[in-house]
Each structure stands twice: as structure tokens, then as C-alpha cells.
Design a protein around this ligand. Structure first.
Ligand code: GLN
Length: 447
């Protein structure tokens, strides 16, 4: 009730929620109370959590912040949602995002932009901007986001909260509306690293419903929490400290490095030589997969169907023209182009090869260090509208997070300091594949 009341007071300003599921939440809270009375308590019993609106929720609208899914009510829960409910979590509602998770500012939502709670004139980051803003504004205890190229870590950094993208395959994608299937992962956004570990414990683990879900058992991530970084070897990739990195973020990350060193970590310069190709590679692979995934929105099976068409082809055309926003259309055009028969080898195949090389860079680097420290975003949160007319500038918001998705690695963004204007700046710790606990360890010790 306290959270619902705070939502009604604060959310009109922040605009993090697309849907508040008040009645359902109160019902779930009552059930949680009953469980607690019976002594049947799990870590999330009664904890109010909100979800990025890209996660299917049974009986509750799941819009992906798109007109094409505005009235879509899934008949099933995503595996992560099922697991949260299984523990007795209370679902407060569905959070705003960039349409189909394409963007870095939440301004691509078809409904309205979300504001950064630290400064309402600034973007909260994206695409999980609603998830970041809701935790920062204390209108959800914790949230889930999705991260294809940085969409959990970048808004976490901009909103001063913790955000983690698990190893690809660690968390089931069943019921996550697909953007780029080989890159997408669901992850927690929380006030601190302990909450992140608790949430990861709840959602991680094998799921037969996702063919890319990994069968290896998960450790107890909460047990990975530690107060010391002593003896830890932290790699500093020199390629992340050149062009494109803003002064304030560079200062913040340098400060973080000094702090870690003071506390006994060993800092080691490393090289990830193919970093400069990551953004270009991503913007071939992600749109290609998106164009294929988004084929299903044809006015037949899901959501919107345009009116006044003459025949089937026109129905497809009108539905997709009216239903998708400009950024989604841009991605579909890029993707269908690079997948077309004459260009497949030159673009998609080449990008897949470069992706392998980028992953190998990381695997080599992890022979020399336990984890890698980098900036999260080049600058603190920018003003609403500032990059809206310049997609390329917007794409560069993710230069430090995209390589991690291409390589399928776990990474966490932890608040580091405030900018001169009082905006949060995060720092990123990247772990080796399936060593998500390393992120929890170093992130937790750092915060
Ligand atoms: N900003 C990137 C994009 O627009 C990443 C988005 C994401 O991680 N979902 O594709």
C-alpha cells in the first residue's frame, strides 16, 4: 500500500509506469501475508517488484511501449515472472521503455518519455529507463530490465542504481519479447548489490523452455558478496579510455580505480584490441535479428490491426506502418538489408565473424585478470530531446556496454560518484562467462 501510494504521488512526475496493477498487487500482497503467517517465507515473499513492459505477464497488458502491442494481453507469464511470483513477490506493474527495447533514453516509447528522478529535465537512460527510474524514485523496491546492448547497465548508471546483465544463457528468455535473440538477457535493477544478488538467485537457472538456457547449476549469488577486493586482479582495457569518453566519466572511473587499488586490488592494464568494431558489429547483428523477430507483428496474430485495408498485403503494410515507431522501422530496414541474399555474406556473416574475434579478446584478457573495469556510459544523463534527431549519437551511448553483449559476458553497473551537476555516474565490472558471482563480489565490495 505504501508503494502504491508513493506511485500515485511520484509517478505523475517521473512517468516510469505504463501500467500499475493495483488490484493484482494488493491481492498478491494479501497472499504473501498469509504465507508469512504460515512461516512459508522465501527471500522475495511480499517484496514489491515492477517489470519492464517487455516481459509477458499473464492477464496483464504487455506493450513493449509500442502501439502495435498496445492491447496485447499475454496468456502466460515469462519464466522470470513465474519465478518471482513463485517466491511470493508482489508485482506492482509494468514499466516504460524504448519501443521494443530499441534506444538509450526511453524517448522512443510510443506513449511518453520517462524522466530521470535526479533531474526531471534529463533522460533516465534506456531502454530500461522505467526500470531504472522506478528504483531511483523508490516507487518499486526492485525491478527487472532487459539488456541487449546496455539497456540495463546504462540506465542503472544514469539513475544511480545497480543494474546487472547476467551471462547469456544464465536467465531464461522465455516470455521476454524478443529484440535480438542472441544478445538479449534479463537482469535485476536494484538499490544495492545485495538486492541484485537476491533477485538473481530468484531468476537465474536452467529453463527447458529456452533452448539457449544453460544447464549448469547456479551458485548462491548472495554468498558471493564480500567486503574485500584484496588480491583481486582487475583488468583495465586501454581501448576504453580514449576517444568518446567524457571528462567527468573518465574522472569518476579513475577515482574508482584508485579506491580499488588503495583497498588491495591489483590493477592491470589489458588490451581488447577489437573494441573499435563493436558498435558497428552490433548495429548489423541486432537489427538483423530484430527484423526477423518483428516479422510476427503482421496484424494477424498479435495486437494492432489497421482498419480500412483492401487486401491482405495492404493490411500488413498499414498495420506495420501505423504500429511501429520511427526507430523500429529504421532497425527493420537496416536488418532486412543486411540479411538480403546479395548482402548477407558482406554484412551479417562478416559481423558474426568479428563478433567471435571480440569475444576472443575477452577470453584472452581473462587469462590475466579476474574481472574487467570500464566506464558504463560516455557521459552522465543528457537532456531530454538532446539526441533525438541524431540516431548515431544515440547509438554511441552504448560503446562501453555493447562489447559485453557481443561476447555474452556478465557485467554489473554500480554507482560510483556524482557529476558536477549532481547526476549519478556508474562504473562497470565485467566477469568471465558464467562467473556472474564475480560481478556480485567486486560490485558489492566496491559499493
Ligand atoms: N541502445 C541499444 C539499442 O538501441 C541497446 C538497447 C538494449 O540493450 N536493449 O539497440
Amino acid at each position: 500500500k505504501a508503494y502504491l501510494e508513493r506511485i500515485s504521488l511520484v509517478d505523475p512526475k517521473v512517468k516510469a509506469y505504463i501500467t500499475v496493477t493495483e488490484d493484482l498487487a494488493l491481492k498478491q500482497a494479501e497472499e504473501a501475508d498469509n504465507r508469512i503467517l504460515k512461516g512459508d517465507v522465501e527471500p522475495l515473499t511480499g517484496i514489491p517488484i515492477a517489470l519492464k513492459d517487455v516481459l509477458c505477464t499473464k492477464g496483464v497488458q504487455t506493450t513493449c511501449a509500442s502501439k502495435i502491442l498496445e492491447n496485447f494481453v499475454p496468456p502466460y507469464d515469462a519464466t522470470v515472472v513465474k519465478r518471482l511470483k513463485g517466491q511470493g513477490a508482489v508485482i506492482l506493474g509494468k514499466l516504460n521503455m524504448d519501443e521494443f527495447a530499441m534506444g538509450s533514453s526511453t524517448e522512443n516509447s510510443a506513449f511518453f518519455p520517462t524522466k530521470n528522478p535526479w533531474n526531471l529535465e534529463c533522460i533516465p537512460g534506456g531502454s530500461s529507463g522505467g526500470s531504472g527510474a522506478a528504483v531511483a524514485a523508490r516507487i518499486a523496491c526492485a525491478t527487472l530490465g532487459s539488456d541487449t546492448g546496455g539497456s540495463i547497465r546504462q540506465p542503472a548508471s544514469h539513475c544511480g542504481v545497480v543494474g546487472m546483465k547476467p551471462t547469456y544463457g544464465r536467465v531464461s528468455r522465455y516470455g521476454l519479447v524478443a529484440f535480438a535473440s542472441s544478445l538479449d538477457q534479463i537482469g535485476p535493477m536494484t538499490r544495492d548489490v545485495r538486492d541484485c544478488a537476491i533477485l538473481l538467485n530468484a531468476i537465474a537457472g536452467y529453463d527447458p523452455k529456452d533452448s539457449t538456457s544453460h544447464p549448469s547449476p547456479c551458485p548462491d549469488y548472495e554468498k558471493a558478496l564480500s567486503h574485500t577486493v584484496s588480491g583481486l586482479k582487475i583488468g583495465i582495457p586501454k581501448e576504453y579510455f580514449g576517444q568518446g569518453l567524457g571528462d567527468e566519466v573518465e574522472k569518476a572511473v579513475t577515482k574508482a580505480m584508485a579506491l580499488l587499488k588503495e583497498n588491495g586490488a591489483e590493477l592491470k592494464e589489458i588490451s581488447l584490441p577489437h573494441t573499435e568494431y563493436a558498435v558497428a558489429t552490433y548495429y548489423i547483428i541486432a537489427p538483423a535479428e530484430a527484423s526477423s523477430n518483428l516479422m510476427r507483428y503482421d496484424g494477424v496474430k498479435y495486437g494492432l490491426r489497421a482498419e480500412g485495408y483492401k487486401d491482405l498485403l495492404e493490411m500488413y503494410k498499414m498495420t506495420r506502418s501505423q504500429g511501429f515507431g520511427p526507430e523500429v522501422k529504421r532497425r527493420i530496414m537496416l536488418g532486412t538489408y543486411s540479411l538480403s541474399s546479395g548482402y548477407y555474406d558482406a554484412y551479417y556473416k562478416k559481423a558474426s565473424q568479428v563478433r567471435t574475434v571480440i569475444r576472443k579478446d575477452f577470453i584472452e584478457a581473462f587469462k590475466e585478470c579476474d574481472c574487467i573495469l570500464t566506464p558504463v556510459a560516455p557521459t552522465p544523463a543528457f537532456k531530454l530531446g538532446e539526441k533525438l534527431d541524431d540516431p548515431l549519437q544515440m547509438y554511441l551511448s552504448d560503446i562501453f556496454t555493447i562489447p559485453v553483449n557481443l561476447a555474452g559476458l556478465p557485467a554489473i553497473s554500480v554507482p560510483c560518484t556524482l557529476s558536477n551537476d549532481g547526476l549519478p555516474i556508474g562504473v562497470q565490472f565485467v566477469g568471465p562467462p558464467f562467473k556472474d558471482e564475480v560481478c556480485i563480489h567486486v560490485g558489492g565490495a566496491f559499493e
